[in-house]
Design a protein around this ligand. Structure first.
Ligand code: PRX
Length: 649
């Protein structure tokens, strides 16, 4: 083995076949259909995508070409014209879906609203008029900084309707982060709310906007939704109330058509270094990717009530709360607040209360549920659920098994979906009713996706061996560039292997061709010449009954290259003892092999995470190495976690 290859050690061998019952009703009911469609999608992509685009999207003007790939730039559905909002709303009017709920909303205080497709259309039309009155239209940038309320969805769709480009900034970001994003894209309009509810308190969004706007020359107007009725400052000539601005605006609006490649949104995503990248997605290809994947991955049916716990400030919220679901005419459940407000069973309570059938969440949340304890789950029925999903990180097999047993009651398929902000839609995933699942594996590529695991030279590695994950062919929902920085786009994604998209993730394919993501390449450990994914060590630790969550990082070591330091949080009620440390070290050595025996285990009350719940190993590494955190911590959710870890050092 060269020191460039990645040792992948997971020995997970459990497999779960789809039940006959699920299979019988699945949208894509057979392995043969998957194989046939997949083969067509990669061997004759133009034929496949042309058919899908014609069947699934509403066009104002038909496209002339399917794809023009001038690496690394793609043009999909050239010559075609459409309106994305019309594809999510108007198309359902005059059909049986017209009076179907598009959104069912529950606020953190418990307030519930149902908004039908017809009503959502009215709302979006009215806001589109407000935009036009403010002279906000085609190509203008609009920053959305809102709580998870229906109006956030309305704001996104109204942008799409008038051809403005939205950039949603997650409501947990600071004024500094908001300011940087507004300035990077030169937003003209900011849409916000007085506040949003989180853990029983008001998050004062407008106040943060006011601070950010001290240094944002491009912003002309701030549109403010009244949500919490907290006191705010309205700046004369700049700030207007949503409810006043749209008073009297007509609830019908003739939408213009825009070219297929018209920019739909910019979404900032933090890299491990440097300033956030403004990932740009465009209209037709993006929408098609979201719509097609939603239909098959979530096995959507007219009667489903779908709940994705991601905020619309993340790509998951864009693709699988808004665009993929509404274009399919689904009913989407939106929740405003924290998962443990007023108690750790909030989600289960809402699932039973509303009859939610599909639940899509992140491994970090699943591990939190595990940590809070089974009793919070067991006091609810969860009998309406029929499908579960996971996204955002590798799901460790223990968490998968818990999700399967405790939430899915062994009845619901789990779709472990691998994708990225950049890919726009789901890329590697089981198809429910078809794919046999292995806990911890995202399994096989979705239609049109050609992933490969390659070595440093770009050569495909043998099955069973780890390497870097690349996508070798363009796909409709891929990012088109980084806003204002095409050079960085080329460098970040297409310079490692010219003309081929580099994901930044390490992976391995097993003998059945299943993909196992071992985590970000930046997080790879190098111990005595073995490059090990952090996810594998962490997964072994979490498999121990005492452990709730774990993060593995490397510390420079003269002898081994790196020594392995693991930060571990324990389940409630477990005592942190020296003896347990030794047991955990032995446990990892037994699970993975002696090479992965942690050199040091540190117990921590909590781990530093980004606001989207990803563990920030970079920070833990700094603590492990020098005890002090010097790097950028602006994307950190809670700095006190770091302060505590530093103090303990
Ligand atoms: O490392 C992979 C991990 O999350 C990264 C993408 O993060 P982001 O752009 O924030 O998008 C998250 C929501 C799509 C990937 O490069 N990741 C995401 N899903 C999975 C995953 N790792 C393993 N398994 C997954 N299912």
């Amino acid at each position: 083995m060269t020191d460039q290859s990645i040792t992948s050690v997971s020995r997970e061998s459990r497999a779960f076949k789809p039940s006959a019952e699920f299979k019988a009703q699945a949208n894509l009911g057979s392995e043969a259909t998957y194989k046939r469609l997949y083969a067509e999608s990669v061997n004759s992509p133009e034929k496949f995508w042309s058919r899908q685009a014609k069947e699934l999207l509403v066009w104002r003007k038909p496209f002339r070409s399917v794809v023009k790939w001038n690496a690394p730039h793609a043009e999909w559905f050239g010559g075609g014209m459409l309106n994305v909002a019309e594809n999510c709303l108007d198309r359902h009017l005059g059909t049986a879906r017209e009076n179907k709920a598009a959104l069912i909303f529950e606020g953190e205080p418990g307030d519930v609203r149902t908004i039908t497709y017809k009503q959502l259309h009215f709302h979006v039309c009215r806001l589109a008029h407000v935009f036009e009155n403010l002279n906000v239209g085609k190509g203008d940038r609009v920053a959305i900084y809102m709580p998870m309320v229906p109006e956030a969805v309305v704001a996104m769709l109204a942008c799409a309707r008038v051809g403005a480009i939205h950039t949603v900034v997650f409501g947990g970001f600071s004024s500094e982060s908001l300011k940087d994003r507004i300035n990077d894209c030169g937003a003209k309009l900011v849409i916000t709310a007085d506040g949003g509810w989180r853990r029983g308190k008001v998050v004062e969004l407008k106040k943060t906007v006011d601070e950010a706007l001290e240094h944002t020359p491009s912003v002309q107007t701030v549109l403010v939704l009244r949500r919490c009725k907290n006191e705010i400052n309205m700046q004369e000539g700049r700030d207007i109330w949503w409810h006043e601005a749209w008073e009297g605006a007509p609830n019908h609006h003739k939408a213009k058509a825009f070219p297929s490649e018209h920019p739909l949104f910019i979404l900032y995503t933090s890299g491990s270094t440097g300033k956030p990248k403004g990932v740009l997605h465009t209209s037709a290809g993006y929408l098609l990717g979201c719509k097609l994947s939603s239909q098959y991955v979530f096995d959507l049916k007219e009667s489903d009530l779908y709940f994705c716990s991601a905020d619309i400030g993340w790509i998951t919220g864009h693709s699988y709360v808004v665009y993929g679901l509404l274009s399919n005419g689904a009913t989407v459940f939106l929740y405003e607040g924290a998962p443990n407000e007023p108690g750790p069973d909030r989600f289960w309570r809402m699932i039973d209360r509303h009859g939610i059938t599909i639940f899509y969440t992140a491994p970090t949340a699943i591990r939190a549920f595990m940590r809070w304890g089974d009793n919070y789950v067991l006091s609810h029925q969860l009998s309406s659920l029929r499908l579960l999903g996971s996204v955002g990180e590798p799901i460790n097999p223990e968490a998968w098994m818990w999700y399967h047993r405790m939430i899915g009651k062994k009845r619901c398929p789990i779709v472990d979906t691998w994708w990225q902000t950049e890919t726009g839609s789901i890329m590697i995933t089981p198809l429910p009713g078809v794919t046999t699942c292995k806990p911890g594996s995202a399994t096989r590529p979705f239609f049109g996706v050609v992933p490969k695991v390659v070595d440093e030279k770009g050569k495909e590695v043998p099955k069973g061996q780890g390497g870097k994950l690349v996508i070798t062919k363009p796909w409709p929902s891929m990012l088109r560039t980084l806003w204002g920085d095409d050079r960085r786009y080329q460098q970040t994604y297409f310079s490692e292997y010219p003309g081929i998209y580099f994901t930044g993730d390490g992976a391995r394919q097993d003998k059945d061709g299943y993909f196992w993501i071992v985590g970000r390449i930046d997080d790879v450990l190098n111990i005595s010449g073995h490059r090990l994914g952090t996810a594998e060590v962490e997964s072994a630790l979490v498999a121990h009954p005492a452990v709730a969550e774990a993060a593995a990082v490397g510390r420079p070591d003269d002898l081994k290259g790196q020594s392995l330091v693991c930060f571990v949080t324990l389940k409630s009620g477990i005592e942190a003892t020296e003896d347990l440390k030794q047991k955990l070290r032995a446990h990892v050595a037994k699970e993975i092999g002696a090479l992965a025996r942690p050199d040091s285990i540190r117990f921590a009350a909590a781990l530093p995470k980004t606001r989207s719940g990803k563990i920030m190993r970079r920070i833990l590494k700094e603590i492990a190495v020098g005890g002090e955190v010097k790097g950028d911590t602006t994307t950190l959710e809670d700095f006190t976690v770091v302060a505590t870890l530093q103090a303990e050092d």
